[in-house]
Design a binder for this molecule. Structure first.
Ligand code: PGA
Length: 267
């Protein structure tokens, strides 16, 4: 007997994934500018919030930001962490430390960390484990360079990133992970992946997750797009069936542009 999967069921699963609008401030804004930005976002957030809103400021602002976010629907995130709990790692901050002050999400494997700080898939795997052990949600970033895409090797590259840093996880662990596909050629360049390019890679990532963990689990995992998301392209990107929101750099530094990206995720 041939089992057919009803399209109604598939779209129901897609709708069940709560979208995420995540801000990555990177190494930007003064403390005062950050405070003001958060106040403006809180003031403008839609009353009927149906998506998750996550903010990753520079680590030094987190303690104060967590107080500001109390009683709101915004969630604090770290941009990076060290997998060891404590020790002689000058300048580093452990996943355990972030968790203890109330951080809920942690970016891991961002391409800037991979490229500028030589982070390997193995090291990123250790961070993923530490983030989960400390009851935070990893936002696992992956994505290929322009040279790899020009050689049509993007799928093999992203497959290896997933296999080497995520696929050791148990099923109940992978369900907590958020994946962010961020093609390096689109980050901070103003060149956004087309909705078709994003959907194609997101569908491939979901297929990989299905192969490893089965359809039911794979259908629950949020896959965000990142790379030059702006208020005017967020809606079309987020309306792709396998795009569950976005990780936003430059456009998250301005309240009105990030608020319209939240609107786009709030459908
Ligand atoms: P961008 O950055 O939106 O400025 O391209 C995205 C990111 O690096 O997460």
């Amino acid at each position: 007997m041939v089992l057919s999967i009803s399209p109604v069921l598939l779209s129901y699963d897609a709708m069940n994934r709560k979208k995420i609008a995540a801000a990555n401030w990177k190494m930007n804004l003064s403390q005062d500018e950050g405070d003001q930005l958060i106040q403006d976002i809180i003031a403008g957030i839609p009353g009927n919030l149906a998506c998750e809103v996550v903010i990753a400021p520079p680590a030094i602002y987190l303690t104060q930001m967590i107080k500001q976010l109390e009683g709101t629907d915004l969630q604090p995130a770290a941009q990076n962490c060290h997998p060891e709990v404590s020790g002689a790692f000058t300048g580093e901050i452990s996943a355990a430390m972030f968790s203890r002050i109330g951080v809920k999400y942690c970016l891991v494997g961002h391409s800037e960390r991979r490229q500028l700080f030589d982070e390997s898939n193995q090291f990123i795997r250790e961070k993923v484990d530490a983030i989960l052990e400390n009851q935070m949600i990893p936002v696992f970033c992956c994505g290929e360079s322009l040279a790899l895409r020009q050689r049509n090797e993007q799928n093999d590259f992203v497959r290896l990133q997933l296999e080497e840093s995520l696929f050791h996880l148990e099923e109940e662990q992978i369900r907590k992970v958020v994946v962010a596909y961020e093609p390096i050629w689109a980050i901070g360049t103003g060149v956004t992946a087309s909705p078709e390019q994003a959907q194609e890679m997101h569908a491939f990532i979901r297929l990989m997750l299905t192969g490893r963990y089965g359809q039911t689990t794979s259908d629950t995992i949020r896959i965000l797009y990142g790379g030059s998301i702006k208020s005017d392209n967020a809606s079309i990107l987020f309306s792709q069936p396998d795009v569950d929101g976005g990780l936003v750099g430059g456009a998250s530094l301005n309240a009105s542009s990030f608020l319209s990206i939240i609107e786009a995720a709030n459908t």
